[in-house]
Design a protein. Structure first.
Length: 154
């Protein structure tokens, strides 16, 4: 069941779009913002509100790699693996993140603090290698400093 706040936020976004269905990505992001991820039940509730089938909305949710369809850690760590970042050490950065966070790539640390995910591009090629922790972009990241960087999020 959508909370009153989630429903209000989604309905506010609906006013900006020509059809209810057009707000689907924003609706998914709103629910994820409140819950950390979008459960099957959340997907059903959003689909009903937007007059979409569950399959239609699931196709949208599964297309976007930043809509999480299973629980994630308190902090999602995205390590860019674009060509620029790869050339400047994205593999070493990824490995340092895994070691410091305790999360395998694609997984969540045992304490539930971090989820480590690769991402195709963060749009920070001029600051490669780059990573994001939550909404915080970090560029020119030295793998030797990753443990200290992650410590800020503990």
């Amino acid at each position: 069941m959508l909370t009153d706040e989630e429903r209000r936020e989604i309905e506010t976004e609906m006013a900006r779009y020509p059809t209810r269905q057009a707000v689907c990505v924003d609706a998914l992001k709103i629910v994820q913002h409140h819950r950390g991820w979008v459960s099957d039940e959340g997907l059903q509730d959003i689909a009903a509100l937007l007059d979409m089938t569950l399959d239609e909305l699931d196709a949208v949710a599964s297309f976007y790699n930043l809509i999480f369809r299973r629980p994630v850690g308190r902090h999602v760590v995205l390590v860019c693996n674009s060509v620029s970042c790869w050339m400047l050490g994205a593999d070493r950065l990824r490995d340092a993140c895994a070691e410091a966070s305790g999360a395998a790539v694609g997984g969540t640390s045992h304490d539930g603090r971090f989820t480590l995910l690769p991402i195709v591009c963060l749009g920070a090629c001029d600051r490669a290698p780059a990573m994001m922790i939550g909404n915080d972009l970090h560029g020119n990241v030295d793998p030797a400093h990753v443990a200290g960087l992650l410590e800020r999020y503990r």
